[in-house]
Design a protein around this ligand. Structure first.
Ligand code: NAD
Ligand code: IPM
Ligand code: MN
Length: 344
């Protein structure tokens, strides 16, 4: 039975990079793709972000591949909130798994760094934190305006992401988890992270542990990324440090991610956004989207095919058959072809 995949190309460079990711999946076969038009154009034309029963529709697929959402014509980002964040929340995709792996020394902006020096994963809590949209504005638009945006940390939410981080660490050679929070300043919400981290690590005595405040971690990511293996953190901090992770790999165009609820329909997407200035110019790097397909196939149990994609990407990077952002001369489509034709 082929896997049934929902494909949401989305906005800006989303459709261009997703077209390349689709080429790669189709070359591997074993999937049935269903494209959904959700995005800014669809919202502006119909007033609809996600159709009625849209999340149920998504749950009926084996996986979801999504490009990027964000369009200057929708300044409040309403459609992205419903389509991207809404899917994370409604499908309860509590793990945002973002691997950071340098594929070639010359892509790293840090001097004298080799692939082995940048090889860690970020587990970002994906269903709560500052993203829940609880809050409001009082006296909006006046000099007395008050804006409240609550950060939610629940025992259940913190526990399941930290436990997942330990499970991931057990599959890795170094078996080291670093939990990052801001418990020195956020003495209520992040005290919960501290408590749960202490509690969970007692069950994983084979995994080494460390705690860092998020500001120090951001500095160390740039100074010496080699020290990191598995990083677990909250929704907002995870968002920010995975853009640093993108840069360490050569740029945001390289970074892949998975929004997971183990055992359920999960969603796969490049870390980057819709990059409006690059849209329609055949310049966007499709590697983040293509490596997100590798994460998807791995989650669907097609580990060999996932590795075939990774090897093809590594080979294209080695041969400089890549886009301009990482020093190549190819357009998006040609860079996608370079990877597709290297699938062995
Ligand atoms: P962005 O990720 O779109 O772009 C940031 C920088 O990275 C830009 O310089 C861009 O040119 C570069 N870049 C990004 N992807 C690239 C690629 N594939 N190849 C080459 N260069 C690439 O972030 P932004 O500019 O802050 O946001 C633009 C829009 O995207 C906003 O509406 C934002 O909300 C949205 N966004 C969406 C997602 C998502 O859907 N997952 C993620 C991030 C941002
Ligand atoms: C990401 C993006 C999203 C996020 C935006 C578009 C809401 O930056 O997936 O990293 O903050 O989660
Ligand atoms: Mn982000």
């Amino acid at each position: 039975m082929p896997h049934r995949i929902a494909v949401i190309p989305g906005d800006g460079i989303g459709p261009e990079v997703i077209a390349q990711a689709v080429k790669v999946i189709q070359a591997l076969g074993g999937v049935e793709l269903h494209e959904l038009p959700w995005g800014a154009d669809h919202y502006l034309a119909t007033g609809q972000t996600v159709p009625a029963n849209g999340y149920d529709l998504l749950r009926s697929f084996d996986a979801i591949l999504i490009g990027a959402l964000g369009d200057p014509r929708v300044p409040d980002n309403r459609h992205a909130r419903d389509i991207l964040l809404g899917t994370r929340f409604e499908l309860d995709l509590y793990v945002n798994y973002r691997p950071v792996r340098l594929l070639d020394a010359r892509l790293c902006p840090l001097k004298d760094r080799n692939p082995g020096d940048v090889d860690f994963v970020v587990l970002r809590e994906n269903t709560e934190g500052l993203y829940v949209g609880i809050g409001g504005r009082f006296k909006a638009g006046t000099v007395d305006e008050i804006a409240v945006q609550e950060e939610i940390n629940t025992y259940k939410g913190v526990h399941r992401i930290i436990r997942h981080a330990f499970e991931v660490a057990r599959t890795r050679t170094r078996r080291a988890v670093c939990m990052a929070d801001k418990s020195n300043a956020m003495q209520e919400g992040h005290a919960l992270w501290q408590r749960v981290f202490r509690e969970v690590r007692a069950d994983y005595t084979d995994v080494s542990t460390r705690h860092l405040y998020i500001d120090a971690l951001a500095m160390m990511l740039v100074q010496d990324p080699r020290q990191f293996d598995v990083i677990v953190t909250n929704n907002l901090f995870g968002d920010i440090i995975t853009d640093i992770g993108g840069a360490l790999q050569g740029g945001l165009g390289m970074a892949a991610s998975a929004n997971l609820h183990p055992g359920r329909t999960s969603m796969f997407e490049p870390v980057h956004g819709s990059a409006p200035p690059l849209a329609g110019r055949d310049v966007a790097n499709p590697i983040g989207a293509i490596l997100s397909v590798a994460l998807m196939l791995e989650a669907l149990g097609r580990v060999d095919d996932a590795q075939r994609i990774e090897r093809a990407v590594e080979s294209a990077v080695r041969d400089d058959a890549v886009t301009g952002d990482i020093g190549g001369r190819l357009g998006t489509a040609a860079a996608g072809d370079a990877i597709r034709t290297r699938l062995a």
